[in-house]
Design a protein around this ligand. Structure first.
Ligand code: AHR
Length: 620
């Protein structure tokens, strides 16, 4: 029975309550949401993807006709894009082939694919780009250009695919010695047809959720940074995400190895994140590093100058998002094609720091500087990696005492935990800091998980005055190359599908109400007729035979009895099952002639019964 009082005033449900959390984990960016098909287009990938480091991850070299070397010298394209490929051609022609991610590029018949390359010939160098499948069958008419001698120039061309393939390859062949960089193959068909845009099917699946916000770029990923090729040997550049590395022309973005053990190109960077959030009508919610590494690393840097620079970078980020087009960072946004401000309102500092006091000291510096310059921005703090325990309690204590606007909580747990914690927020302080549930999931991708999550989300909604934002995590996963499960949306190069958790999220996200209507639920045990099921036993045995094996419930009640045979002298799997029936609150054994055939189920809920297996008689 539901008792509902429609007139009673429950908390408002913010339109933006449910969002998504995008992190480049599970190859979610390069090889995933980011449309680029060529892997390691700038020859920067370091040993994270290829332990025998050559700079040629995902590239193969023609067996004859020259040599291919990845160089890191003064001949580079620019200071941030430090390595390039030198082809010294000794035969008639010589080249390299890129295989993309996993099986290769997904190519669709009739679609256009834009090829581009930066090249510098030793002398005028003819270049041919070929689109083929893995077996070498040609998929489109080749693109041919001639690289000028002596200077880097960008060359472009377009393939129109005559045939489809899921194993596409791009081969660039040179007729004379040449340097190459930023070899790119980009589908013309991206989400909203944006150049340097997003893979359509994945972006559409995210858009279909109608997210209220997009949290990005991590996660543990914010505690990761540029690799040494960027000539930044200092501690923090390699351990914290630098948003400024991810904007501007793609050939000037520094590639780096990320927290999840592979390289990221930053082709999907801060501008693209803001643009995507805007395209899907969501609030952009960036997270900046707090100079205390979380995610198991637990280090805090004590460098006031460094902290000042990061605080300044964060102020610059807000200007990049919101400043007028004639402000220094607003101008950078305008140059990238978005003169209007993006309208940033929320920003997170830090992710899962396990040193609450050290974190909070640094967070305070960020918060004060932001509040002073941009008082309209909500600065979101953190509660550490656990949903309970001393560091979590201490983090909340500090956040509450400082009256922080919002605190980011994360938890991954069993479905049972989610069912048992529906009331988690019922007792949170209604006047204190609000909750941003930035990451949560029950630990599998089965129906039971999504059901438990749905049940839990009713508790989030009931407490919408406390929980203002919530996002399931992680969002995307490459089926063939992932670091974390479960995930919301799965993909291969050519297909994508939502998990059952995706469907749960979609159900809630596309049906956000205006406000909570207080209600009371009460139940009476009802069993409509008998329900039958089976209890099974499976074990390994070596003896010849067991008769009258009984399976009993914890209270000693017999659930079934059976005889088992195991091959003499060798391990054999033996198994058996007995039927039972629930009828009017009782368990009845139906097919085993034995005593004690009834137990009373004293509670209308499903319960676990511990089973004891006992061989009462050994025979033979
Ligand atoms: O969502 C995956 C990871 O889980 C995130 O990077 C991190 O914040 C959490 O531990």
């Amino acid at each position: 029975t539901l008792d509902i009082d429609p007139a009673a005033a429950g908390p408002d449900l913010p339109r933006s309550m449910y969002g998504v959390f995008f992190e480049d984990i599970n190859h979610a960016a390069d090889g995933g949401l980011y449309g680029e098909l060529v892997r390691n287009r700038s020859f920067e990938f370091d040993p994270a993807d290829n332990s025998s480091f050559t700079g040629l991850t995902a590239w193969t070299v023609s067996p004859n006709g020259g040599t291919a070397r990845v160089l890191d010298d003064a001949g580079r394209l620019n200071e941030r894009n430090r390595r390039y490929l030198k082809l010294d051609v000794t035969g008639g022609s010589f080249g390299v082939t890129n295989g993309g991610y996993n099986a290769g590029f997904a190519i669709e018949r009739g679609k256009q694919y834009d090829f581009s390359v930066w090249a510098r010939g030793d002398s005028a160098a003819p270049l041919t780009a070929n689109l083929t499948d893995a077996a070498g069958a040609v998929l489109a008419r080749p693109v041919m250009v001639t690289a000028q001698a002596g200077q880097w120039v960008k060359y472009t061309g377009t393939f129109t695919a005559r045939e489809p393939s899921t194993t596409g390859r791009l081969t660039v062949t040179a007729g004379a010695s040449v340097s190459l960089d930023m070899v790119s193959l980009f589908p013309r068909d991206t989400y909203k047809n944006r150049p340097n845009g997003l893979r359509r099917d994945l972006a559409e699946k995210i858009a279909a959720l109608e997210p209220g916000f997009v949290r990005f770029p991590g996660g543990c990923l914010v505690n990761t940074g540029s690799h040494e090729a960027y000539e930044a040997p200092d501690w923090e550049r390699r351990r914290s995400y630098q948003w400024k590395d991810t904007i501007g022309p793609v050939e000037e973005r520094a590639t780096n190895a990320n927290f999840w053990g592979y390289n990221q190109s930053y082709g999907l960077g801060y501008f693209e994140y803001f643009q995507f959030a805007e395209d899907i009508g969501a609030m952009a919610l960036p997270v900046v590093p707090a100079l205390v590494t979380g995610c198991g690393q637990n280090q805090a840097t004590d460098d006031p100058e460094l902290l000042r620079r990061h605080v300044q970078d964060t102020l610059d980020l807000i200007e990049f998002a919101n400043g007028p087009a004639d402000s220094p960072w607003g101008a950078r946004r305008a140059q990238m094609g978005h003169p209007e401000p993006f309208g940033l309102t929320h920003l997170g500092v830090g992710n899962e720091e396990n040193l609450p006091d050290e974190f909070f000291a640094r967070f305070t510096e960020f918060r004060e500087a932001i509040n002073e310059r941009y008082p309209e921005i909500t600065v979101i703090s953190n509660s550490g990696p656990d949903d309970a325990g001393a560091t979590f309690d201490r983090a909340w204590e500090l956040n509450r005492a400082a009256d922080v606007d919002m605190v980011d909580e994360h938890y991954y747990n069993s479905p049972q935990w989610f069912l048992e914690n529906n009331n988690r927020y019922d007792t949170y302080d209604r006047q204190g800091s609000k909750v941003f549930l930035g990451e949560y999931a029950s630990q599998d991708n089965r129906f039971a998980n999504s059901l438990a999550e749905a049940a839990f989300m009713t508790g989030l909604e009931r407490n919408a005055d406390v929980v203002r934002l919530a996002s399931y995590a992680p969002l995307l996963a490459d089926r063939d190359n992932n670091q974390w499960r479960p995930d919301m949306i799965w993909f291969t190069n050519s297909a994508s599908w939502g998990s059952t958790s995706y469907e749960t999220q979609k159900l809630f996200m596309t049906n956000v109400g205006d406000r909570v209507v207080p209600s009371e639920a009460s139940t009476t045990p009802i069993v409509n007729g008998p329900i039958t099921g089976a209890v099974g036993l499976s074990t390994w045995a070596t003896s010849a035979r067991y008769d009258d094996v009984t399976v009993t419930a914890a209270d000693g009640t017999g659930l079934f009895a059976d005889d088992f045979s195991a091959g003499a002298g060798k391990w054999t799997n033996i198994s058996g099952r007995g039927n039972w029936t629930v009828d009017g609150g009782s368990y009845l054994q139906s097919d085993v002639a034995a005593e004690n055939t009834m137990v009373t189920a004293g509670d209308p809920r499903w319960q676990n019964y511990d089973l004891t297996v006992k061989a009462t008689k050994e025979a033979g």
